[in-house]
Design a protein around this ligand. Sequence first.
Ligand SMILES: [Zn+2]
Ligand SMILES: [Zn+2]
Length: 381
Amino acid sequence: MKFYFLFVFLTIVVFGFSVHIDVRLLNHKQLNRMEISIHAGKYTLFTDNEKSYEIEKNQSVFVSKDGDFVSVTIGSNVFKSTQINLKGSSFINVFRLIPKETNLKDLLYDDDLIIKTDSNGLVVINHVDLEHYVAGVVQSEAGIVKDQLEYYYVQAIISRTYALVNYLKHNTEGYNLCDNEHCQVYKGRNRNADISRAVAKTSGVVIVDENMQMISAAFHANCGGQTVNSEDIWTIPTSYLKAISDSFCLNQSGALWTKKVSLKEYNAFLLTQQLSETVFVKSGENTVLFSQPQRKIVGPHQIPLKTFRTYFDLRSTFFDIALEDNKVVFKGKGYGHGVGLCQQGALEMIRKGYDYKDVIQFYYTKVDLVHYSQLKYNFMP
Ligand SMILES: [Zn+2]
Ligand SMILES: [Zn+2]
């Protein structure tokens, strides 16, 4: 028994908690043929869970859909099975995915690959270490920020929290997360040294609410000076997505915007809201003279501001409306839904010397940071 505990202890200390995540790649694209080239490390090909071939660095694997089967060609060897796995066996394992039938770019990915088929084509799943995935997401979602390492700490913690909270999001489809905006944008492995350092420094850290539950760490580009309660946009209130006023993002790009539409377009919108002809806007009428010094939920005619945003494709729900020169003019602030962390404000806080914990606790109300191993429940099946 003692040995067992020693073993568990050593496993945790030496290897840490290793969590992998299955991310479906390019699920909106039709993929029938692709090349996989081994970029680093060594891989073993498993066909229907049987060890079939050892693949060396720089060797190419050609994969295609053959009815319900996956056909694999390596040199003169051909394999056919319902599912293939490419498992890395070195310390660092990286493959390049080269789709053959689309104008998609080649991308590098860390760790393992699973390929099967459905009626549309090949189903390609990256079985990737959670921290490698987080680094890839931070690179895709946060962009390149020079010399502001703490900002990457914030993004890494948010991305990791999202991945674990949404671990079962695509469970019925046979994977955990997809690689586009529906989940988190993940365009392959990270190549930025600062991001790698930030992910390593915050390894395993997630955001929890006052009941030690991981939070839905919503974020957006710029709140325009005031964030939004989650219930004002998505109907569900939380203890941590509360409106706060934010002066850090006010002078950033994206803080102000305008959009002009014709009276005809505006009236067509009112019609979609089942408003009678009497409220139609004529030039000079005051039905659109709307002011929003603080963020509100509804605008003129009690129409929800998010309905305006969707219909007119506005940058945010934080705007005034005026009539100018026979046009309806939206004069807005911010970019995005406005709930949770404001990215441009967060970056400005870091520039001013606040640390990543200050930033997270400013934008999310009554939250704390813990390692996910401290959570009392299991987020995985
Ligand atoms: Zn998704
Ligand atoms: Zn802001």
